[in-house]
Design a protein around this ligand. Structure first.
Ligand SMILES: [Zn+2]
Length: 259
């Protein structure tokens, strides 16, 4: 299946998490939280054809790591994926809204300069600001809003702005999450786990738990599991074909589905 937002390097035993995801054949977008994590993340996935690494700078630590933005220029051309990036409007981060916005705008600008990227975007308590930021840029590629938690009005706006969405088991357990998932166009839906930050029954979710999100979507869409799998794999193929790497590095691989 597909786990389009997972922090493989933040598990207690990262190499085991990578090995399990690889053995289970899950297509994983391994998002990083700081640009400095990029080289190590690349090493971790050697020999895992279904795992891709995204270059990220998480909004929760944007104020501590702004100086690492230059690494987007250094590593950016090695990947089609940027994430985890975005904005977080939680009260404890109120003092850092300016630096978060500066970082997010810079990453969007760099994504555009590099020919566009697929972006895994965090928007907790900042949906409107994220959508405003996206609207103020162009040619940055395709935004994928991970764990969307805004209102239905904001969801309609996001859809109009061309956003895709990745939904996980934790989101799809709540009535609000289910209602949101129902409104998302099927052809813009992907699954995720957000492990190890998201939990199920006090256990951190693992990439293979993305199957549980597929089951929830089958119920929401009223189709059988096989049909959901085929929709989601088709979506992944469609999404990854939308962005091309403009300066391919020697270590960039491509295959049928997860390009
Ligand atoms: Zn995350």
């Amino acid at each position: 299946m597909i786990d389009f937002h997972c922090h493989l390097d933040l598990y207690r035993y990262p190499s085991l998490a990578v090995e399990d995801a690889d053995k289970a054949g899950i297509h994983v977008l391994f998002v990083t939280t700081l640009p400095k994590a990029w080289p190590e993340a690349q090493k971790m996935i050697v020999g895992c054809p279904n795992i891709r690494v995204a270059l990220g700078l998480h909004p929760e630590i944007a104020h501590e790591r702004e100086s690492e933005l230059s690494l987007f220029e250094k590593y950016g051309n090695q990947t089609k994926y940027f994430g985890e990036i975005g904005l977080d409007g939680s009260p404890q981060l109120r003092n850092f809204q300016d630096v978060q916005a500066r970082v997010f705008h810079t990453v969007l600008r760099l994504a555009a300069e590099m020919g566009g990227k697929i972006l895994s975007i965090h928007s907790r308590r900042a949906t409107e600001q994220v959508l405003d930021s996206l609207a103020s840029h162009s040619d940055f590629g395709v935004p994928v809003l991970h764990w969307f938690s805004g209102s239905q009005r904001q969801l309609r706006r996001a859809i109009e702005q061309g956003c895709w969405f990745s939904c996980g088991p934790a989101m799809l357990r709540s009535a609000k999450g289910k209602a949101i998932a129902k409104m998302i166009p099927r052809e813009r839906m992907l699954t995720e786990t957000d492990g190890p930050f998201a939990f199920v029954e006090s256990r951190p979710l693992q990439p293979a738990d993305s199957w549980s999100a597929v089951e929830s979507l089958s119920n929401i869409w009223d189709v059988d599991l096989q049909e959901s799998v085929s929709i989601l794999l088709h979506n992944l193929k469609d999404l990854t074909a939308k962005v091309q790497l403009h300066a391919p590095a020697a270590n960039v691989r491509s295959e049928k589905i997860f390009g």
